[in-house]
Design a protein around this ligand. Structure first.
Ligand code: ADP
Ligand code: TYD
Length: 199
């Protein structure tokens, strides 16, 4: 099963991905945790480039997709074949929200590139951590990158909500302002209900 976490910077994705990973591991399940972009030698190098340089939106899009392709091919597919539960911190919806809606690149093009990078594999379930922009900015204090300019993040946040409406069956919107443990319980409840997992 492929589980992804999405949301704006500071929404608590990494925290929840890690909490779920630890919870499933403790139960003795075979599970892996990755971050996109990253988690392969190639994708980590691409991540460094993306975060170090300003660039035009199309170059940025192609780099994210290159990193994703490497992650899917080298890690996600082999793990899924082994029957592992794979958790990924960000995935295709981030590219649609940040590069598509945020940088105003053609949405069809973004969808096609997402499809190429993932070979058409979609997450079985995606958790969108929804928090007001002000809360995210407060959490990020001082740790902001070029992706975290306020007006841009506002557009990205709205885009995530829109994408979630468009893909209701796959994307579950969670209240990211709750406490960390409470959100984990929400995640586990959905996984139990949808997939009959004994968590
Ligand atoms: P993201 O991966 O979405 O950028 P993180 O998980 O790194 O977000 O969390 C950003 C900051 O907010 C961290 O300092 C983290 O400890 C804190 N945080 C995460 N989840 C919560 C929560 N539910 N309530 C309050 N603070 C949180
Ligand atoms: P990441 O470190 O995962 O973000 P966070 O600060 O939430 O932990 O990702 C780095 C940045 O890359 C983040 O600001 C969002 C951006 N991003 C895109 O613009 N497009 C994408 O496709 C992805 C995966 C990330």
């Amino acid at each position: 099963m492929l589980i992804t976490f999405e949301g704006i910077d500071g929404s608590g994705k990494s925290t929840q991905a890690e909490l779920l990973f630890e919870h499933l591991k403790k139960l003795g399940l075979k599970v892996s945790l990755y971050r996109d972009p990253g988690s392969t030698d190639i994708a980590e190098k691409i991540r460094e480039i993306i975060l170090s340089f300003s660039m035009d939106p199309t170059t940025e899009l192609l780099l994210f997709e290159g990193a994703r392709s490497s992650l899917v091919w080298e890690k996600i597919f082999p793990d899924l074949k082994e029957g592992k539960i794979v958790i990924v911190d960000r995935f295709i919806d981030s590219t649609l929200a940040y590069q598509g809606y945020g940088r105003e690149l053609n949405l069809g093009t973004v969808n096609i590139l997402n499809h190429i990078a993932t070979r058409g594999k979609k997450p079985d379930i995606t958790f969108l951590l929804n928090i007001p922009l002000e809360v995210a900015l407060q959490r990020l204090k001082g740790k902001r990158t070029r992706f975290e300019e306020e007006a841009y993040l506002r557009k990205v946040r709205d885009a995530f909500i829109l994408i979630a409406h468009q893909e209701k069956d796959r994307i579950v919107v969670l209240d990211g302002t709750k406490g960390q443990k409470e959100i984990l319980q929400d995640v586990l409840k959905v996984l139990k209900e949808r997939f009959g997992l004994d968590l």
